[in-house]
Design a protein around this ligand. Structure first.
Ligand SMILES: CC(C)(COP(=O)(O)OP(=O)(O)OC[C@H]1O[C@@H](n2cnc3c(N)ncnc32)[C@H](O)[C@@H]1OP(=O)(O)O)[C@@H](O)C(=O)NCCC(=O)NCCS
Length: 176
């Protein structure tokens, strides 16, 4: 099955969350149980890439998703060359809180496409409300390798995960 042309906001009336399986239980559970709730209360936004053909019930299975939310980091967690220009109060960032591809579509460049689309979306938001960087908390070594490939740098340990970042200025260069 192929995926549709664009990422859209998760809509539980149209999208089949139950059939999503990226191979990581925590991420599946997030999409199936929490993503819509978190949007309803206004703490994050989840964008999904539906398949091009619906299931018999009429809902569309999901090929990939990402979740974003505003966040902040302390300047002390950044390398000196970045930190020295920043204020001493919390530094605003965009947190790319979740990103996953359905196992059926792994190794077909959809992870790369999903990351680029997430960064492009954050670039558009940044035109209106500035953030210093995009931050990701890596679930495991695979995720770290994936983000390293796209220029993310290790920031610190956070809640038992490796936190990585890329400056918004770098993201701007991609889409300008
Ligand atoms: C990580 C994940 C998003 C990658 O998606 P994918 O569609 O299989 O990746 P792509 O096909 O777009 O691969 C893009 C590049 O990343 C590399 N890559 C993909 N998965 C990788 C992994 N686990 N480790 C290291 N590199 C990886 C590929 O080799 C490819 O590089 P290339 O273009 O030089 O060949 C996907 O495996 C996934 O959803 N995993 C479970 C959830 C997860 O771990 N999410 C990470 C966020 S915490």
């Amino acid at each position: 099955m192929s995926w549709s042309k664009a990422f859209v906001e998760l809509d539980k009336t149209k999208h089949d969350r139950v059939s999503f399986d990226c191979g990581e239980e925590g991420l599946n559970t997030f999409l199936q149980t929490y993503a819509a709730k978190h949007m309803e209360v206004g703490v994050s936004r989840t964008m999904v890439l539906p398949a091009s053909i619906p299931l018999p019930g009429g809902k569309y299975p999901l090929c990939a998703f990402y979740t974003i939310t505003p966040s902040s980091i302390s300047r002390e967690t950044l390398p000196e060359q970045f930190a020295k220009k920043l204020p001493h109060y919390p530094v605003p960032v965009f947190l790319l809180a979740q990103l996953a591809v359905h196992s059926e579509y792994h190794s077909q460049s959809l992870g790369k496409v999903t990351l680029i689309k997430a960064l492009e979306y954050l670039y558009e938001i940044n035109a209106h409300l500035k953030a210093y960087a995009v931050v990701v908390d890596c679930l495991n070594d695979n995720a770290r390798e994936f983000y390293l490939k796209y220029g993310f740098e290790v920031l610190c340990e956070y809640n038992g995960r490796v936190r990585m970042f890329t400056p918004m200025k770098t993201v701007e260069q991609l889409f300008k």
